[in-house]
Design a protein around this ligand. Structure first.
Ligand code: ZN
Ligand code: ZN
Length: 91
């Protein structure tokens, strides 16, 4: 299998929310890999009305991002992470 962990996903440049870009953690929220190149993935694509809001964005390493777009990692699993993130923040 090809290692996509440092694979720059071309669609990444679409995030326009500056605050979110500055907060980029370089940590994959799915597999927990740190200090890697991460892509901001829109859970709901911009094409279907998704926005640059935190609840719609998730940082993924190249590998996980690929798996999401290939449909191997399901949207439900990403939503679970978003939910857990909210809990951690105590919101
Ligand atoms: Zn990952
Ligand atoms: Zn994506």
């Amino acid at each position: 299998m090809i290692d996509y962990s440092n694979f720059a996903f071309p669609k990444n440049a679409r995030v326009k929310n500056k605050k979110l870009i500055e907060n980029k953690k370089h940590k994959c929220e799915f597999c927990g890999k740190e200090k890697c190149y991460t892509n901001t993935h829109h859970i709901k694509s911009k094409g279907s009305g998704g926005n640059d809001v935190e609840d719609n964005l998730i940082e993924l390493c190249g590998n996980c991002h690929r798996l999401v777009h290939d449909g191997i990692i399901k949207k439900d699993e990403l939503l679970k992470i978003i939910k857990g993130r909210r809990k951690r923040n105590g919101k």
